[in-house]
Design a protein around this ligand. Structure first.
Ligand code: GTP
Ligand code: MG
Length: 180
């Protein structure tokens, strides 16, 4: 009998304050959504078991603080990451523009052997708001950014409606495994 292979994948959620990092994590883990905002301070992780093909995968998902005054506490936890999920809010242009900084800062802190092929995933969250009528970043624009960064997989989600959330985390796990 062959034993299933086991992997521990450390995944870091990054992005501006309020884009929905904590909400995505809570929806993925507990199938719960809270409309009230509570800022994340520093960083904390949760774990989730997954099966991908013949592999048993433990995702260690790190939720970090988007608020500037709490950010420095989070940086220490980037190290050893297998994948970085960048999150923006499709209704807030600034949160898309800042992705550039998050991407750069992450690579600077982690300093991976091959920065060009480090596994990133991009999530455009809150697609539920106003039935999509208040979005200011198009899917096309987001996908172009992903291509410019070396073909980052892209997912549009709603943490509120539990739309595409599982797929996004699964995609992150697959991306990390592919470059292991
Ligand atoms: P920081 O911890 O400050 O970095 O913020 P965060 O990225 O963790 O954001 P958080 O998950 O706390 O969500 C911010 C606010 O947006 C909360 O009031 C959430 O309820 C709301 N929110 C998150 N995701 C969605 C979504 O998909 N749709 C809608 N309509 N609201 C959302
Ligand atoms: Mg948070």
């Amino acid at each position: 009998m062959t034993m299933p292979k086991r992997s521990l994948l450390k995944i870091i959620l990054l992005g501006d304050s309020g884009v929905g990092k904590t909400s995505l994590m809570n929806q993925y883990l507990h199938k719960k959504f809270r409309p009230q905002y509570k800022a994340t301070i520093g960083a904390d992780f949760v774990t989730k078991e997954l099966q991908i093909d013949d592999k048993l995968v433990t995702l260690q998902i790190w939720d970090t603080a988007g608020q500037e005054r709490f950010q420095s506490l989070g940086v220490a936890f980037y190290r050893g990451a297998d994948c970085c999920i960048l999150v923006y809010d499709v209704n807030v242009l600034k949160s898309f523009e800042t992705l550039q900084n998050w991407h750069e800062e992450f690579l600077k802190q982690v300093d991976p052997a091959n920065p060009e092929t480090f596994p990133f995933v991009l999530i455009g969250n809150k697609v539920d708001i106003d039935g999509g009528n208040s979005r200011v970043v198009s899917e096309k624009t987001a996908r172009e950014w992903c291509i410019s960064k070396g073909n980052i997989p892209y997912f549009e989600t709603s943490a509120k409606e539990d739309y595409n959330v599982d797929a996004a985390f699964f995609g992150a796990a697959e991306t990390a495994l592919a470059t292991e």
